[in-house]
Design a protein around this ligand. Structure first.
Ligand code: ADP
Length: 190
């Protein structure tokens, strides 16, 4: 099963991706997690990444595109994947569409998590009390949401047009269990 998740920071993509990954035994490819893992190294690349991420800005496409391409071609993904946090801008989306076509990878479902700004801000603030992410503070949240609404959200209409009935919008302000069952029901007909 090959899935792509869209939605603003704090909309619950990561939560649902983990649940789906476990249930279907496929990897959860979160570009945010992959990049945060790279911060653990003590080198110049990690320092550069850390500055970009803690400012809420997007890591250059020249860095993220090959990372995603490598992962998608790896053995781990031979039975499918859940792509979370990618694509995030027009260049990434063109790259991905082209990549999927060239490699004959057919997406089963694109799930767009719809949530209003007030809800996602509240959730991120709550999360910041539990997790220690350098980008979960009010100022940076604003930048991340701005980036999402200007660069990422417009991609949804491109994907909707291209993937038609494989594009599924979920009300992400609902409870976790309800979102999960809505997605599962939709997947039965994917
Ligand atoms: P969120 O969706 O909550 O903002 P993520 O964990 O998906 O968090 O991403 C955290 C940060 O990692 C982003 O703000 C950005 O700096 C970087 N990042 C993640 N995915 C991408 C991507 N596809 N392109 C560029 N930067 C990315």
């Amino acid at each position: 099963m090959k899935l792509i998740l869209f939605g603003p920071p704090g909309s619950g993509k990561g939560t649902q991706a983990s649940l789906l990954a476990k249930k279907n035994n496929i990897p959860h490819l979160s570009t945010g997690d992959i990049l945060r893992f790279k911060l653990q190294k003590d080198d110049n690349f990690a320092k550069e990444l850390s500055q970009i991420i803690s400012g809420g800005n997007l890591v250059p496409d020249s860095i993220i595109n090959p990372i995603v391409a490598d992962k998608l071609l790896s053995n781990d993904c031979k039975n499918g994947f859940i792509l979370d946090g990618y694509p995030r801008n027009k260049f990434q989306s063109n790259f991905l569409i082209d990549f999927l076509e060239k490699n004959n990878l057919e997406i089963d479902l694109i799930i767009d998590f719809i949530a209003d700004t007030t809800t996602v801000k509240k959730r991120i603030i709550e999360r910041s009390k539990i997790e220690n992410r350098s980008d979960d503070n009010i100022e940076v949240i604003k930048t991340r949401l701005d980036k999402y609404f200007t660069e990422t959200q417009p991609l949804a209409s491109i994907f909707k047009e291209k993937f038609k009935d494989k594009f599924f919008e979920i009300n992400a302000t609902q409870e976790i269990a309800k979102i999960q069952s809505d997605i599962e029901n939709r997947l039965k007909n994917a």
